[in-house]
Ligand binder design. Structure first.
Ligand code: AMP
Ligand code: GLY
Length: 418
């Protein structure tokens, strides 16, 4: 089997590595990929994510069996629709179904139609009306740009002043361009967060093991929101009963709602949830695997990922088994991220037998890997317990020269203190 992955980050590296575990997979290509992926045998293809025609021509020329889409932007640009129109197999939601991530208002309407538990909200495009609503509701309150904003379009405002500043930036200064021409103002939900992902084929839902991301830049959840600084699984402070309730009250009604709207969902569905006093509630949907959740969830998949996706594309039942291991993944980022950061630093050598290194913002320069993005790489380890996995990761990181780089030292710790 020859496979193509669209994307270039850590999520796509982890996917490629996992797909290669199946002996039937003879080649994994990744467009546009990153230079670190080649260490795990992935072939990097220099075609941009938005060059659909070129990607289609490549898939035909190489006789690719199927293509897997990592990030949301190509999904929202209709890459699945274009590949299918060209007669090629591809896994991911089409453009219409990817709107579950592309528009918060679309997701909110779907949830309200299906009584899916989520934070109370209202949508605004007028600054004065939005401001009046915030004053009426009080703080804390959450302001979200309606469209895509690379994980940065959410402000959890502790005070009314911060909320009004966010509204001003989004609606009046168009901080995120047309993505913030409309905003969703949401009730603040208190509770532990978790990510529940599932393989979805129309009405069929195959949940994965849950994970927890760490969105803030620094230890103890301080500092600005980032794309994610690390993740771990399992999340023992979230009970099996809450996970099951989320599958029944969130995932199933969502896929049924998508069918009824005429936009059936095929692909990975990601529900970001908060376990509140009144049960799990949705804070966001994504139309894809999470990054960095993928890097810790996939090491727990015992079955062949290539087999799972092949079966789902054929609308057959895949075999999906998970192990009981714990996995911890710590992101190493360039100092300054998520604001301005340096590039070009030579990466430390990492040859530790106990860990996997999953590359993201890197490129090759004179045969050396150098930093070329905010999140540079992730170090993952798995073991019988979260504590043991955490120890392996941090022991490997301690040995590394990480000048000009930084990482959080508390990934997974929430599971140990509760
Ligand atoms: P999002 O980009 O929607 O995942 O939001 C970024 C982060 O903001 C989430 O990971 C949560 O920590 C937080 N957040 C989003 N919505 C809410 C909410 N309604 N209540 C509390 N926290 C929220
Ligand atoms: N880790 C959060 C996301 O992928 O959106």
């Amino acid at each position: 089997m020859k496979l193509l992955i669209i994307g270039s980050g850590g999520r796509e590296h982890a996917l490629g590595k996992k797909l290669f575990e199946d002996p039937q997979v003879t080649a994994v290509f990744c467009a546009k990929g990153n230079a670190g992926m080649t260490k795990d045998g992935i072939t990097v293809v220099d075609i941009a994510e938005d060059a659909h025609e070129e990607l289609i021509a490549f898939a035909k020329k190489e006789a690719i069996d199927w293509t897997f889409v990592g990030p949301e932007i190509p999904l929202l640009n209709g890459i699945v629709d274009d590949f299918q129109a060209a007669g090629l197999k591809i896994f991911g939601p089409n453009k219409a179904a990817a709107m579950i991530e592309g528009s918060k208002e679309f997701a909110k309407e779907l949830m309200s139609e299906r009584n899916i538990p989520t934070a109370a909200y209202q949508t605004f495009s007028d600054f004065d009306a939005a401001k009046a609503y915030v004053i009426e509701q009080g703080a804390p309150i959450v302001i979200k740009a309606d469209g895509l904003a690379a994980g940065k379009g959410v402000v959890v405002a502790e005070t009314i002043e911060v909320a009004i500043d966010a509204l001003h930036e989004m609606l009046e200064e168009q901080k995120f361009g047309t993505s913030s021409a409309r905003v969703v103002i949401e009730e603040f939900l208190a509770g532990e967060e978790f990510s529940l992902l599932a393989f979805v084929d129309g009405e069929k839902v195959y949940p994965m093991v849950i994970a927890q991301d760490h969105k803030r830049a620094f230890d103890f959840d301080q500092g600005p929101n980032t794309g994610g600084m690390g993740a771990y699984t399992p999340v023992p402070q979230i009970s099996e009963a809450i996970v099951e309730q989320s599958v029944q009250e969130v995932l199933y009604p969502t896929v049924q709602g998508m069918i009824q709207r005429g936009t059936p969902y095929h692909g990975i569905l990601y529900a970001g949830l908060i376990a509140t006093e009144n049960g799990p509630k949705v804070i966001e949907f994504n139309a894809r695997f999470g990054d960095p959740e993928t890097q810790v969830v996939l090491p727990r998949l015992e079955s062949s990922l290539a087999q799972v996706i092949t079966k789902l594309i054929a609308h057959e039942t895949p075999e999906i088994q998970w192990n009981n291991l714990a996995s911890v993944g710590v992101v190493v980022a360039a100092k300054g991220y998520p604001e301005a950061y340096q590039k070009g630093m030579v990466l430390p050598e990492i040859n530790h037998p106990d860990v996997s290194v999953i590359y993201a913002g890197v490129k090759s320069e004179q045969d050396k890997l150098v930093a070329n993005g905010g999140r540079v790489f992730l170090v993952e380890a798995h073991a019988e317990t979260i504590e043991a996995a955490q120890q392996k990761v941090y022991q490997a990181l301690d040995k590394m020269d990480t000048t000009q780089l930084f990482y959080r030292s508390d990934i997974g710790s929430k599971a140990l203190t509760k």
